[in-house]
Design a protein around this ligand. Structure first.
Ligand code: SF4
Length: 77
């Protein structure tokens, strides 16, 4: 989703993008996590089919891109 991609880029302006392999490893952990929500939901934005972390509220496909991002439950770094 362009809005979450833009937010992630601004928040992580000083961060590197991790390799595709690491992105996939992170996503595979998120996909088995009970804190994953299948549809993105905030007060202002709802988007079906965009996975979200229930704890940090980030879009998962955007969150896993950045080297500075961390799982709030320390399931990946
Ligand atoms: S970022 Fe961490 S807590 Fe959030 S869905 Fe992924 S594994 Fe779960």
């Amino acid at each position: 989703m362009w809005l979450t991609r833009l937010f992630g880029a601004v928040k992580n302006f000083d961060s590197d993008i991790v390799s595709k392999e690491i992105q996939q490893q992170r996503l595979s952990i998120c996909n088995q996590c009970p804190f994953k929500r299948a549809d993105f939901k905030t007060l202002l934005v709802n988007k079906k089919g965009v996975a979200q972390c229930k704890i940090c509220k980030c879009s998962l496909t955007d969150k896993v891109l950045w080297s500075d991002e961390k799982c709030p439950k320390n399931k990946w770094t």
